[in-house]
Design a protein around this ligand. Sequence first.
Ligand code: 26Q
Length: 756
Amino acid sequence: MAEQIQKRLEQLCGKPLRQAADGELYAALLRLTEERAGERRREAQGRKLYYLSAEFLVGKLLSNNLINLGLYDAVRDCLANAGKSLADLEELEPEPSLGNGGLGRLAACFLDSLAALDLPGDGIGLLYHCGLFRQRLENNCQREYPDRWLSESCWARPTDIAYPVELGGRVFQARLYRLAVTGYEGRTNCLDLFDLDTVDESILQDGISMDKTRIDRNLTLFLYPDDSDRAGRLLRLCQQYLLASAGAQLILAECEARGCTLRDLDRYAAIQINDTHPSMVIPELIRLLGQRGIPFQEAAEIVTRTCAYTNHTILAEALETWPMADLEQTAPQLAPIIRQLDGLARARTADASLAVIDGEDRVHMAHMDIHFTHSTNGVAALHTEILKTSELAGFYRLYPQRFNNKTNGITFRRWLLACNPRLAAEIERLIGPGFKKDAGELEKLLPLAEDAAALRRLGRIKAENKQALAEWLFRRQGVLTDPGAMFSIQSKRLHQYKRQQLNLLFLIHQYLELLAGHGTPVKQVYLFGAKAAPAYTLAKDIIHALAAFARVLEETPEARRWMQVVFVENYNVTAAEKMIPACDLSEQISLAGKEASGTGNMKFMLNGALTLGTMDGANVEIAERVGPENIYIFGQSAAQVLKRYASKSYCPREWYEADPNIRRAVDFLTGPEMLRHGQAESLFRLRDDLTGKDWFQTLPDFNAYLVRKRQAIADYAARPLDWQRRCLINIAKAGFFSSDRTIAEYDRDIWHLGGA
Ligand code: 26Q
């Protein structure tokens, strides 16, 4: 291995290994990895998948690629011999944060599994110059800064392939950049990202604002975290069309090069539309087929056979609609096609609520997807049921055979082997290496649930991971945490439906109980990681309240001995990889029926944490697999939640007035301790929302949460070995949540990749 690395160093800087700087070594390893990855490329035979997504949250790539190529151990040891550390090199790598959260991370896990399963499948997306904003807390408030991740030593390579894309009557060249996607003991696929040559980073102004009117210079500057103003929305629409049009041209070019006549497109390509963000690929493909002489009706049928759609949300307000006027402005060439599609859809059903264009001339992207693809899937069993019976019931009646469920999964290579090497090595020692390829083999751990020595080792590994997290937190943001404490983590995007505010109310309650002399059996460290969309005021208020409360705790010695709150700034994939292996209690407390699936829940389970959660998303399937004694479930069911909404009877003020615990915790938000560290306007707004609106029913679940969480803390303190036993059962049962299983199901039911 030393020779291999040395050879690349010669080419790059002419220095011997020992004298090379970390940056030079990193560049050498990048080159070595790319060459090795290149050797595993294979021409697609038969049907190839194109996974179209506005987001790919891939995370750092060096370690992951080394693991997948089977080079990790050799490289680590070789560097160590030369007095270098692979961990230090990893620190140099900027994280490509090309996603908001779960949806983007899922796309990255899927690419990993496709390549590991040796399936032909590329991702198509956009090369944002800045990923999701970098978050800092200033005066306990979130501030956003640009995340410029592109650098010399970046994995995306420009190609000489470019396609013309017409936006608002002007033609732009969309250039293709390629990243290698390595599969564990598998093939190499591609992540294809488009960018405009004309984009100009120098127009970035203060913070993350910029001139939104010059699309030639700023189209791919940012991944958009929100759609709060009109200029921003139009830019987002332009991005979507760029993705759809360049993606469609790439797919057609590749298929034609392999002999496709376009009428047989579905024998060469399967296109998966990741949520509605790439939906314009449907009319765009029809337009391009039209240019090649295929009549509208036939083109619509070809596209329907080729494309499939995944829905990731139940929140009605999150379903994308675009005013036809905006479309006329950005992609006028699509407008007549979308109107024709609306005509086709209206001919299939008398129900106007299922139309593509509504009475106010707005295009419903999800409706277009369901009418003009052959498959619509939800991302967890409960989510798919809700789509069929409520949110999309009309569509389900029209196309029952099109609806199917594909419960999400995560790649075990990144979320166990790479992020938790201690646990991975222990599992391998216990049951052999087979689980890396076949996650179902984790069940072989089950008999060890009765092995006290094995359980104690599991406890020690968790303790070491907590120690490592504590050191990382200290280096990163200067906070000291006690690794001897119980670690509870809630890390995910900040949204009211995910209910970080419920966790906060519990923490306030426990704090007040401590001050009143009611103890808790073990010290707890509460870690939060969450970004709020910059224009989402209440989400930012919740961050503010959490950070302010952390300060209140710090200055109260009676409470500080027993509990600590840490807001981990700039939560991203890299932070997740440090936090998840160190977790005891995984907080998955969304309002039942609102979280489509969740995937963090799976990562925590796999790393030996117990879940405290509602019967929501994939929590339901986790509970089913581990059994009620190995998970802490609380709160209303999705059906009860729906009933409360339907009856329009929910009045948070009644709950606030009737329950002294709730009243005391809610009032504390605007009490003198909080006001010392927080801003009155923000804290009052949060309190008023909780007592006046509370759309996500925090208060009705408060007591159930309190009881279950106390139970979890008591169990952890009283029976540590039994806790580890239950963690082991969670690990053993996590195999189902491997994205290898998810991808195998997509392939079996929707894609049918490969073949002749
Ligand atoms: C839309 C319009 C304008 C600007 C931004 C957006 C936008 C961007 C990102 C809308 C939605 C998203 C991301 C959604 C998402 O991450 N959904 C999550 O998907 C996961 C994978 O299926 C699920 O596990 C989560 O439950 C779901 O919330």
